[in-house]
Design a protein around this ligand. Structure first.
Ligand SMILES: Nc1ncnc2c1ncn2[C@@H]1O[C@H](COP(=O)(O)OP(=O)(O)O)[C@@H](O)[C@H]1O
Ligand SMILES: Cc1cn([C@H]2C[C@H](O)[C@@H](COP(=O)(O)OP(=O)(O)O)O2)c(=O)[nH]c1=O
Length: 201
């Protein structure tokens, strides 16, 4: 089973992903945590290259890393029977590459051969709350440094959630404005357990 957790920078994805992994392990589910960009050489080029690479070049670099990640890590872990939990996936491209000036149709086409997650979590929150968390943690990328970026990012994640749902993906939209990360994680793990048990009965 494959779960992706996406949302604006600073909303709490990494924190919630760690809590989901811990709670799923406590429920004796074998978990393979991962993230995108991946921790390979290609992924590091993307993660640390958002100032150097832009638009189509970055969209292709991110997609290339995603296909490599899928082939080498996600599919083998799913085949072993692990729950794969990825901090960021295609939904992030539908927002960040679009913010970067690439049309959504082109981003979607570049990602056409990417396996869709069994559950796509879109973690969102009020833009002022996200901006505050981001300033507390410090910006990690060009997108996070741009003024007014958070508001557009939050709105685009809502749009991406609708787009993915319309494309047949099971999307779980959660608001992390006032809920703590453990509470958000519990909601996600409940949805995972439901599907996990069904898949094994
Ligand atoms: N549910 C939450 N409530 C309050 N603060 C949170 C919550 N989730 C994360 N944080 C804090 O917000 C900041 C950004 O979280 P992080 O997990 O790094 O976000 P992301 O991975 O989405 O960029 C961190 O300082 C983290 O401790
Ligand atoms: C997954 C993904 C990441 N990125 C970029 C956004 C970020 O600048 C960078 C790293 O992701 P990010 O999760 O923000 O890194 P950190 O763990 O440091 O907070 O990769 C895209 O542009 N598109 C994508 O689809």
């Amino acid at each position: 089973m494959f779960v992706a957790i996406d949302g604006p920078g600073g909303v709490g994805k990494s924190t919630v992903t760690k809590a989901v992994v811990a709670q799923a392990r406590a429920a004796r589910i074998p978990v393979h945590p991962t993230r995108e960009p991946s921790d390979t050489t290609l992924g590091q080029l993307a993660r640390h290259g958002t100032d150097e690479y832009r638009e189509m070049a970055l969209a292709c670099l991110i997609a290339a890393d995603r296909y490599q990640h899928q082939e080498r890590e996600i599919r083998p872990a799913v085949a072993r029977g692990d729950l794969v939990v990825s901090d960021r996936y295609v939904a992030s491209s539908l927002v960040l590459q679009v913010l970067d000036g690439v049309g959504r149709d082109i981003v979607w086409e570049l990602n056409r051969h990417a396996d869709m997650p069994d559950i796509q979590v879109v973690l969102n929150a009020r833009a002022d709350v996200v901006a505050q968390r981001l300033s507390g943690r410090g910006a990690h990328s060009r997108y996070e440094r741009e003024a007014g970026g958070t508001e557009r990012e939050c709105a685009l994640f809502r749009e991406a959630a609708r787009f993915l749902m319309a494309s047949g993906v099971r999307v779980l939209q959660l608001d992390a404005s006032s809920a703590g990360s453990e509470e958000v994680a519990r909601t996600i793990v409940t949805a995972i357990k439901e599907m996990w048990t069904r898949g094994r009965s």
